[in-house]
Design a protein. Structure first.
Ligand SMILES: *[C@@H]1O[C@H](CO)[C@@H](O)[C@H](O)[C@H]1NC(C)=O
Ligand SMILES: *[C@@H]1O[C@H](CO)[C@@H](O)[C@H](O)[C@H]1NC(C)=O
Length: 291
């Protein structure tokens, strides 16, 4: 299936297949095949997970300013600050977080639709690397992630992501960049927007899990054996604003009605985030320590 997708993409200008994208994207695995022994409390995701019972989520939206990444100056990972790439991924997701060390209630046979931005600190060069915009859909095992080729984004830009699942028709996802000067996305004109690109509708089919949606900050898995999460960058606070979930029955929710999760990785110093929800908002701070 993946081969078919990449072949069909040959003519598409707005998406690049995983094989042609930066290392981070190839590594964006969610599959739980080879799960190592891990402490139950370990988690690669911070943020808020909104769930419904007997109700379908029809859309999720969230806006955030792209954070600036740094090398950590404290904790176990700081020892290799000059040899390591540090990263953090910020995304909005409709469907389960199914995969290892996730808080998801969606079965791992169901599909997810998500888009986000990865930011990187290159410890070797001692520089911030260009952020990377991507979208992903399918089941954890399908792991089909694509870059938004040519989507310009830098630290400080205000980005909005909206995923929609109509009762009939294909689900869609949209990423918009309002630039560094916009205070809010609502009512503003995006500087750039990337519409649903290849494959989202056809390949999601009916398998999208509509009982979960989330706003997430993640230390994504690297494609290594044994599998390890990327070294989490230090980063300026990530604040999701203008966030809303809508459901088929007409409910509207935000992070105050969601389950909060934290990144917790013993090898990187324990608890690495502190998440707080407010009406219409969600803040994720990089911290160090605790469990
Ligand atoms: C999917 O979930 C089932 C039940 O929790 C588990 O046994 C199986 O290993 C999982 N498969 C993958 C690929 O993660
Ligand atoms: C992250 O950067 C802030 C601001 O410089 C600093 O106070 C904090 O200790 C850093 N955290 C880590 C883990 O390096």
């Amino acid at each position: 299936m993946k081969t078919a997708i990449i072949t069909a993409l040959a003519g598409a200008l707005t998406a690049v297949p995983v094989s042609a994208s930066p290392e981070s994207l190839r590594h964006r695995g969610q599959t739980g095949g080879q799960q190592r022994q891990r402490r139950a409390a370990e988690s690669i995701q911070a943020g808020a997970v909104y769930s419904t019972v007997s109700d379908d989520i029809t859309s999720i939206t969230g806006t955030f300013r792209v954070p600036d990444p740094f090398a950590p100056t404290a904790g176990p990972t700081s020892a290799s600050a000059d040899r390591t790439t540090f990263a953090v991924s910020i995304y909005v997701s409709l469907g389960g977080l199914a995969g290892e060390a996730s808080a998801s209630a969606c079965a791992n046979t169901t599909s997810t639709l998500r888009a986000g931005i990865d930011v990187f600190w290159d410890g070797i060069g001692g520089t911030v690397m260009a952020p990377f915009a991507w979208y992903q859909f399918g089941t954890p095992a399908e792991n089909t992630a694509f870059g938004y080729a040519g989507f310009g984004v830098t630290g400080g830009d205000l980005v909005r992501i909206t995923a929609t699942a109509a009762e009939t028709g294909n689900p869609t996802i949209l990423i918009e960049n309002f630039g560094p000067d916009a205070k809010v996305a609502s009512g503003s004109t995006p500087r750039e927007s990337a519409p649903p690109t290849y494959g989202v509708g056809d390949n999601l089919g009916a398998s999208l899990c509509k009982s979960e949606a989330s706003w997430i900050v993640e230390a994504y898995w690297l494609d290594e054996q044994p599998r390890v999460p990327v070294a989490l960058a230090n980063f300026t606070d990530v604040t999701f604003t203008e966030l809303a979930v809508k459901t088929k029955s007409g409910k509207t929710g935000d992070a105050t009605g969601a389950k909060l999760v934290e990144i917790n990785l013993a090898a990187q110093g324990g608890l690495l985030t502190k998440t707080a929800a407010s009406t219409g908002g969600l803040q994720v701070k990089r911290v160090l320590g605790g469990a």
